[in-house]
Design a protein around this ligand. Structure first.
Ligand SMILES: C[S@@+](CC[C@H](N)C(=O)[O-])C[C@H]1O[C@@H](n2cnc3c(N)ncnc32)[C@H](O)[C@@H]1O
Length: 338
């Protein structure tokens, strides 16, 4: 959970976080809740942002803090077509959203996404934004200081709207389950160890001579048995359970690694495995970060009160729930006095 220094636990070094998110966004994900929503957010999240964007005047400057691959600017452009509605978007990771390249020139000119920008040092003048937004983003930074920056760049009549992680929310709950699975996958005797032991025998199995050597190879046979046992363990852990996607994706990744060993040899497969290990370690960093920075009720109410006092107008804080009952986060809005 967030506190003044940005986390109740040890604050993760920014480079660690930047690297973890860089790997994620570089793979082209459009946002960070792909398991729950499609390419763009729908449901309660889209229902929250629609009215926020709808009340902007026809000439307005919007800032999205911790934008990732820019899902909020994308939603803004889908809602508002006036050339005067423009959006700057920043993230600490070196993001380069691909969808920007598909925009018509008139829309492209309305969005400016910058990677490598910390929410604690926004590269904008004081008082320039009519609306500052963030979704599952600003709470990853030390919140007190990041909010001070948001207040600095907001224009005197500007508004603020945010979707924030909720400590009891579905993303935090699924993150806890996924962290357990990741620990097993990467731990001693888990899927990655079992896969590593299979790479050299799989490479040998690609030729008739190699296959012949495998027949009397006790170590290779033990490795294969272990690999099969781990597959059963994985199915028992995952089948029909929440948060199990990470297990099934890892199973597919293991199969691809064995195929690489067969086609390109053990060394190429070992290098791909090292890369995959780094991917899983980055996932762990992101999931831990999510859990550490999700806000409890007191923190969320404190933030609402702070924004209400700073802006002087109405402020609201609601729990954002999907129709199926899933709690997706806090929805916070603050407006300046009319
Ligand atoms: C869960 S993602 C959300 C991205 C996007 N808003 C969305 O809804 O898809 C969190 C993002 O916060 C970014 N982030 C974390 N700490 C940050 C900081 N101090 N300054 C700016 N961005 C930060 C990460 O790089 C990551 O892209």
């Amino acid at each position: 959970m967030s506190n003044e220094s940005g986390g109740a636990g040890t604050e993760r070094p920014p480079d660690d976080r930047r690297g973890a998110w860089s790997r994620y966004w570089a793979r082209g994900a459009s946002h960070s809740c792909l398991g729950t929503y499609g390419d763009l957010y729908g449901g309660a999240i889209a229902a929250f942002w629609g009215p926020v964007f709808a009340v902007l005047p026809p000439v307005a400057r919007v800032l999205d803090v911790a934008t990732g691959n820019g899902v909020l600017p994308r939603m803004l452009l889908a809602c508002r077509h006036e050339p005067g509605v423009r959006c700057d978007a920043v993230d600490i990771a070196p993001v380069r959203p691909k969808w920007l390249g598909d925009l018509p020139a008139t829309d492209r000119a309305r969005v400016n996404v910058r990677g490598g920008v910390d929410a604690l040092a926004l590269p904008f003048a004081d008082g320039v934004f009519d609306l500052v937004v963030s979704q599952y983003g600003i709470e990853y930074a030390p919140l007190d200081r990041a909010i001070a920056e948001v207040l600095r760049v907001r224009s005197p009549r500007g508004a603020i709207a945010m979707v924030l992680h909720h400590a009891q929310g579905q993303p935090a709950k699924v993150a806890a389950l996924e962290l357990e699975h990741l620990a097993w996958l990467q731990g001693e005797g888990g899927l990655l160890d079992a896969t590593a032991a299979m790479l050299e025998p799989m490479a040998r199995a690609s030729t008739p001579q190699g296959r012949a050597t495998l027949q009397g190879d006790a170590a290779a046979n033990a490795g294969r048995e272990r690999f099969n046992a781990v597959q059963n363990e994985l199915a028992a852990r995952g089948d029909g359970k929440e948060g199990a996607d990470v297990l099934f994706e890892a199973r597919e990744a293991a199969m691809s690694l064995l195929a690489i060993a067969g086609r390109q040899g053990a060394r190429a497969a070992a290098s791909a495995l090292a890369d995959y290990r780094a991917d899983l370690a980055a996932s762990e960093t992101r999931l831990r970060d999510l859990r550490e920075h999700a806000l409890g009720a007191e923190e969320a109410q404190g933030l609402r009160d702070r924004l209400a006092a700073a802006l002087g107008g109405p402020a609201s804080l609601e729990e954002l729930r999907e129709e199926a009952g899933y709690l997706m986060g806090w929805a916070l809005r603050a407006n300046s006095a009319a």
